[in-house]
Design a binder for this molecule. Structure first.
Ligand SMILES: *Cc1c(COP(=O)(O)O)cnc(C)c1O
Length: 358
């Protein structure tokens, strides 16, 4: 089926044929009994995958929509957005654009948001909500989510909102154990589905807060989501094809086994980093904070990254360059979702050949 370039970019990611073909099933009515059955068939494994008993909402939008939903349903006083790259910065911008009070606390690109930084900000008592991006896709950096969750226990009045767009399903995140009020992801990254759909978990206390928030609009109001979720439905017509594909993919994820899946990602990341170092490149993020789902390689060999990408594309493979200000200085190879070790070996072989040619 697949004749387009094979995707090694951090979203959209490579998709398996079986998942792709399940998208073309004939639609069902979204107020029908069959729909509610499909909805529940997704919710059960999804809750298990996220280690949560919190409600999960399905959104026919990309994750960007849920960024907006997350803050509009939670911020009453002031939000603090922790920023370590382009995606976390965008969440801050969206918080402000939603007309909410927000401060940004940022670190240099490639540096993590440590528990100390979070503790320091929250100890001011100024904030009722914080946003944290687990895996900063623009720099290939994975933030220390578990350590930050420990700090959050000191601040029971602050809502803990997490973006795990490029890590969820590939890296173990125990939502309830970590006390996360909301975690969001779109499906075209770690979940390896086509783009256009997303989901988030919502804690009881976040839903209670939502009831007190004003000017939430309609499409992303969690009170509306809740009303329909109680009937195993979505507020408006969802992308039913995505729900078919999600069901297929969840089956496949559990067939592989969660621990196997998490370990596979650790191993693939190790392999990709070892390749980069062996070639004489560097790694962009600070040591100890390397992403397990994509590798951001520092262009220490001073190759023409554009040309490298172009030559790979001619061979049928797509990788990403450096994001924004890191253009030319970095390149990124994704190994999330349905990329397996044999696919990592495949791209390594092709990159080896291509480096000889440039
Ligand atoms: C891709 C990405 C987003 C944006 O997701 P969309 O589905 O494109 O809206 C947000 N956060 C992170 C960390 C991402 O990698």
């Amino acid at each position: 089926m697949q004749k387009k370039p094979k995707l090694y970019i951090p979203g959209p990611t490579h998709i398996q044929d079986e998942v792709l073909s399940s998208l073309s099933d004939y639609p069902i009515g979204h107020r029908s009994k069959e729909f509610s059955i499909l909805y529940e068939e997704i919710m059960k494994p999804l809750s298990e995958l996220l280690f949560t008993t919190n409600r999960i909402y399905l959104s026919t939008s990309s994750a960007t929509g849920l960024w907006e939903a997350a803050v509009r349903n939670s911020v009453k006083k002031k939000c603090v957005n922790f920023v370590c790259g382009a995606f976390s910065k965008k969440w801050h911008d969206i918080t402000k654009m939603s007309g909410l009070e927000a401060d940004m606390i940022s670190v240099d690109l490639g540096k993590p948001i440590t528990p100390e930084i979070v503790d320091d900000a929250l100890s001011s008592g100024k904030y009722d909500v914080m946003t944290y991006v687990h895996n900063e896709t623009s720099t290939g950096l994975m933030n220390p989510l578990e350590d930050v969750a420990e700090v959050m226990k000191k601040y029971p009045d602050v809502l803990f909102l997490v973006d795990a767009v490029s890590s969820l399903t590939s890296v173990k995140i125990e939502v309830d154990k970590l006390g996360i009020d909301l975690i969001l992801a779109s499906v075209q990254k770690g979940f390896s589905l086509p783009p256009g759909f997303s989901f988030c978990t919502v804690s009881d206390r976040l839903l209670e807060t939502s009831k007190k928030c004003k000017n939430k609009g309609y499409y992303f109001d969690f009170e509306v989501f809740e009303k329909y979720a109680l009937k195993s439905q979505t507020p408006s017509t969802p992308s039913i094809p995505h729900m078919y594909a999600m069901k297929t993919q969840l089956n496949k994820i559990f067939y592989e086994g969660l621990e196997n899946r998490f370990n596979r990602h650790k191993e693939m990341a190790k392999k990709m980093r070892a390749w980069a170092i062996d070639k004489g490149f560097g790694l962009f993020p600070e040591e100890g904070y390397y992403s397990e789902t994509l590798t951001c390689i520092k262009n220490d060999l001073n190759i023409d990254v554009n040309d490298f990408q172009k030559k790979l594309l001619e061979k049928g493979y797509m990788i990403s360059g450096g994001y924004g200000p890191l253009k030319g200085k970095n390149f990124r190879v994704s190994h999330m979702g349905d990329i397996h070790m044999e696919d990592v070996n495949e791209i390594i072989e092709v990159m080896d050949q291509t480096l000889e040619e440039i």
